[in-house]
Structure formats: structure tokens, C-alpha cells
Design a binder for this molecule. Structure first.
Ligand code: SF4
Ligand code: SF4
Length: 172
């Protein structure tokens, strides 16, 4: 009886395999497939490369309080603080991060830095293409992580520099 039972179990298993063979393929064709990021589909809470946020005036939200660096279990955040002046204002508070580096050789994407930040200055973005052959290229500087400046600060230009230089854009 056990032989018949085993044959039945195998037949049942094979029937599931056969059924799956005719199901649609679920592989995502990265990077050429459909999707918002060339085929890569993210969950809402995916933790990718960090973004250093700006406030509604375009000033940097980071006030160089070092709480994120203190919370980081991998000790991979390096910050140098500087004072804002009347002539040169970078953040909305007294201080700003003159240097803000994250070493992605060591970051474990735990999100503790995001939770620790009192000004919501640091968040996880969806950037994930960090692979490189150079360890030094994985130390990201503030300029690489900073959110784009708003249009009134001269960023987000609609026209390419080549168009401006060639005179292809009137009034520039
Ligand atoms: S995600 Fe975690 S390991 Fe990475 S910088 Fe933030 S606190 Fe450190
Ligand atoms: S990112 Fe946030 S926690 Fe880290 S130094 Fe800046 S303000 Fe402080």
C-alpha cells in the first residue's frame, strides 16, 4: 500500500510542476523591462541610497547635530559642522553640515540614522545601483546625496547647457 501511496504523492507533485510550467513568467527584465526605474520595481519602504533633504525655501534641512552619526551602528557617517552667516546661509538653523559623508562600504541600510534625525533631513531614497570596483567610490559626499535645489535657486534648468551656448534658446 505504501508503494501506491508514494506513487500517488509523486504524481501529485508532478502535476503541480506541470501546472506551474504553463503559468506566466514573473521575472522582471531589468534594466530594459517596463517600470518606473527601467524595469526595477520598488516597495514603498525600500531603503536605498540616502537623500539629504531641503526645506520649502531650498535650504538644507541638516543642522549638523550629529545625532544620525551617533545612532549609526556601522559608524559610517562623517560630518563636519560649520556656522551659517548672514552672507552665506546653507541651512535654516545656526549650523549646517559643511561635510557630510556616508561610507557605503559599511552602511547596512538599517535606517537608524533616518529615525534619529530631528529635522527629517536624511531619508532613504530608491537609489540602488551602487555597485563599483572601487571602495573609495562608495564613500558618498553631501553633494551626491543632496536633493535637487528648487528652480528659484537656479537648479532644475529646463534647457540643456549646449542649447544655451548655441543660442537655440531665446532670451537666455
Ligand atoms: S542606514 Fe544604518 S548603517 Fe547606514 S548610515 Fe544609516 S544608521 Fe548607519
Ligand atoms: S542628518 Fe539629521 S541627525 Fe544627522 S546631523 Fe543632520 S540634522 Fe542631525
Amino acid at each position: 500500500m505504501s508503494v501506491i501511496k508514494n506513487i500517488g504523492a509523486i504524481a501529485h507533485g508532478m502535476s503541480i510542476t506541470l501546472k506551474e510550467m504553463f503559468q506566466p513568467t514573473v521575472v522582471e527584465n531589468y534594466p530594459d523591462g517596463p517600470g518606473p526605474t527601467k524595469g526595477a520595481v520598488f516597495q514603498e519602504r525600500f531603503r536605498g541610497m540616502h537623500v539629504l533633504q531641503r526645506d520649502e525655501n531650498g535650504l538644507e534641512k541638516c543642522v549638523a547635530c550629529f545625532l544620525c552619526a551617533a545612532a549609526c551602528p556601522a559608524n559610517c557617517i562623517y560630518i563636519e559642522a560649520a556656522e551659517n552667516t548672514a552672507e552665506k546661509r546653507i541651512s535654516g538653523a545656526e549650523r549646517y553640515a559643511r561635510v557630510y559623508n556616508i561610507d557605503y562600504n559599511r552602511c547596512i541600510f538599517c535606517g537608524y540614522c533616518v529615525e534619529a534625525c530631528p529635522t527629517d533631513a536624511i531619508t532613504h531614497g530608491h537609489g540602488f545601483e551602487l555597485a563599483t570596483f572601487s571602495a573609495s567610490a562608495l564613500v558618498y559626499r553631501k553633494e551626491q546625496m543632496l536633493a535637487p535645489a528648487p528652480a528659484h535657486m537656479g537648479a532644475n534648468q529646463v534647457f540643456a547647457q549646449s542649447e544655451l551656448e548655441s543660442g537655440g534658446v531665446k532670451g537666455s
